[in-house]
Design a protein around this ligand. Structure first.
Ligand SMILES: Nc1nc2c(ncn2[C@@H]2O[C@H](COP(=O)(O)OP(=O)(O)OP(=O)(O)O)[C@@H](O)[C@H]2O)c(=O)[nH]1
Ligand SMILES: [Mg+2]
Length: 597
């Protein structure tokens, strides 16, 4: 049933692996994909991953820095896998504790882990238990308990079960029961009050109690004892008081009693906590050297989550990140003199830096040079919702490219918004005035390719690329119209533009001001590109331009949301409205702004 099971250290040493009978394909690819796309990208909140036809589940052992991965065909529903992976982890840890405790890669490499027998045994047990739990056929009505009941048994008889109930429950000295008992006393008192009022109304003469059970409400003459109906017979004998005492903690009246009460409650706290409360607990929390549990981390994670949201990280992403950090830390032994809060904070900080680090090389200048050597222009398309700064940042990037010695053709493919073409023409003029043609062999370094409004944007982009090839421009920057992610016709048009022209880079332009909306925008842009792609491997967003970074102070969360969703790097950061206001992202600076209280 299982395709493979592998146990490896976080450092990358495979300690043990199993390959299912008849499975010929190597599992290196899926495991590498899991490491690259989930474990290294802090998407560990959910411990499963699908890769082509395989479903992978994994478990981290943070104490011994191990990863347990199981793979099986995704069409199979293996209900036992979660428990099985836990069992294997526990067995492996217990069996090879000594080897695993030795520090150092070489020692680990030299150790042998003959785990086959135990693994097969565990697998057999897991498969059998899942068979045993296979769906039970539905019972017929005749077999059900309901069919055994007679109508008579369903009719409630007054007081029928009372005695049984009282007798059965009396031994339990719980608070709930005490409350019930008190309620019963009150109800009885109220009942007898009504009863006596009725009696008084019926006969004005004072009544003599005929039987012991009959209760009389006589305000004038009866003592307090008469009011106590808590004993079984209803006689105010004072036994009821004892019963109540047994069910509720007595209220301490003297200071001695108070002291005893305090002691008792202290011992109760110790018992409940299962360890040392008070000062010892506080010291233990401070000094550490215990393994972290989810419960220990929960309050800190909750605070961290709120903190991230306050810094403009999308709520979903903040939760996923905190879950991933929790998974990474669960079971980890804390260092001496570290608190839970500092451990969690450090782990979160590392995760954030990891997310912002580019996963692949993004070097536009080098790529342009490579395209130059192939005698073709390097094409970049800018897309995003309305007014985020696509055209302005396109102009800034033109300036940066010109400064680096390249010639640029701007394709005016926003044929929709009034003034879009004129806006680009103004930028072209200004850029040419900053870099006059005289300095560049008499040829303008920036040109605008435009066909006015209302035309097909994909067609204009294609013509512009052909023109750039003929005129030996180094780079083509394609400006597109802003569109909301829910506008299906416009999203289809963008997907077509990208599918037809196959640009070298698709940059998504997004405002740093955006909060939860970032997730929706990126997911839907990527979805539209995937849906309308003509190839098996669709062209999705390759990178992000994060604009208006100068307007957000330290609420830099959008950077995290955007990179987390796409897994793509932030290629440029727009920090103002002049041509110089273009930066690359400094991951550490962003993370320190994020973590700042
Ligand atoms: N403060 C600041 N403002 C910016 C930045 N980038 C763009 N802007 C401003 O944002 C506004 C919109 O910029 P555009 O470039 O026209 O935006 P667009 O995405 O092309 O808009 P549409 O084409 O209508 O979708 C302009 O006023 C820009 O000056 C930035 O990094 N910082
Ligand atoms: Mg524009």
């Amino acid at each position: 049933m299982l395709d493979f099971f592998t146990i490896f250290s976080k450092g990358g040493i495979v300690l043990w692996c199993f390959q299912g009978a008849g499975v010929t394909e190597s599992f290196t690819g899926p495991v590498n994909a899991l490491i690259r796309s989930v474990i290294l990208q802090e998407r560990g909140g959910n411990n499963s991953f699908t890769h082509e036809a395989l479903s992978l589940k994994y478990k981290l052992d943070n104490e011994f820095e191990l990863i347990f991965v199981v793979g099986f065909q995704k069409i199979l529903t293996l209900t036992y896998v979660d428990k099985f992976i836990d069992d294997v982890q526990l067995h492996f840890r217990d069996r090879y504790k000594n080897e695993l405790e030795q520090k150092g890669t070489l020692k680990l490499l030299n150790s042998t882990f003959a785990f086959e027998d135990a693994f097969s045994e565990l697998l057999k047990l897991a498969e059998e238990s899942s068979k045993a739990r296979s769906p039970v056929p539905m019972r017929s009505f005749k077999e059900s308990e309901k069919s055994q009941k007679t109508v008579k048994s369903m009719i409630e008889t007054k007081g029928g079960d009372k005695g049984k109930e009282q007798g059965g429950k009396k031994s339990k000295n719980t608070k709930k029961e005490g409350e019930c008992c008190l309620l019963r006393v009150v109800v009885r008192m109220f009942g007898s009050l009504l009863h006596s009022v009725a009696n008084v109304l019926k006969s004005p003469k004072p009544q003599k109690p005929k039987e012991k059970q009959k209760r009389v409400w006589d305000n004038a003459g009866s003592s307090d004892k008469n009011l106590d109906y808590s004993d079984k017979n209803g006689a105010g004998s004072g036994d009821g008081e004892k019963n109540l005492e047994a069910q509720f903690d007595p209220v301490c009246s003297t200071s001695k009693e108070l002291a005893v009460g305090a002691e008792a409650s202290a011992s109760l706290t110790m018992k409940r906590g299962g360890g040392f409360g008070g000062m010892f607990g506080m010291l233990k929390g401070l000094v550490g050297s215990k393994s972290l549990s989810r419960d220990d981390m929960e309050p800190v994670l909750e605070k961290m989550r709120d903190h991230l949201i306050a810094k403009n990280v999308a709520a979903d992403i903040a939760s996923q990140l905190c879950d991933s950090v929790a998974k990474k830390l669960e079971g980890k032994v804390m260092g001496t003199f570290t608190t839970v809060a500092s451990t969690v904070k450090q782990a979160l900080q590392d995760s954030l830096v990891q997310i912002l680090q580019p996963k692949r090389r993004v070097d536009i200048l080098r790529d342009v040079m490579e395209a130059q050597s192939q005698r073709r222009p390097f094409v970049i398309t800018f897309c995003g919702v309305n007014g985020v700064g696509k055209s302005t940042n396109l102009a800034k990037i033109s300036y940066w490219l010109i400064e680096n010695g390249f010639s640029v053709l701007i394709a005016a493919c926003d044929t929709f918004r009034a003034g879009a073409v004129e806006q680009l023409r103004t930028h072209q003029r200004r850029l040419n005035s900053l870099h006059p043609p005289e300095k560049h062999g008499g040829r303008p370094v920036v040109q605008l390719y435009e066909k006015g409004y209302g035309k097909d944007a994909a067609g204009i982009a294609m013509e512009a690329i052909a023109y750039a090839r003929n005129q030996a421009f180094d780079v083509v920057l394609v400006d597109t119209a802003g569109r909301m992610q829910d506008n299906a016709p416009l999203m289809t048009a963008l997907a077509k533009l990208i599918a037809v022209n196959m640009p070298d880079l698709v940059l998504f332009v997004g405002e740093a001001l955006v909060g939860n909306e970032a997730v929706d925008q990126l997911v839907k842009f990527n979805q539209a590109l995937a849906d309308h792609s003509m190839s098996d491997k669709p062209r999705l967003i390759d990178g992000i331009v994060l604009t208006k970074f100068d307007t957000i102070d330290d609420k830099v969360g959008a950077a995290i949301s955007m990179t987390y969703i796409t897994g793509q790097p932030i290629v440029f950061v727009g920090t103002g409205q002049t041509y110089n206001d273009l930066r690359s992202l400094n991951a550490r600076a962003v993370v320190s702004a994020l973590m700042k209280a």
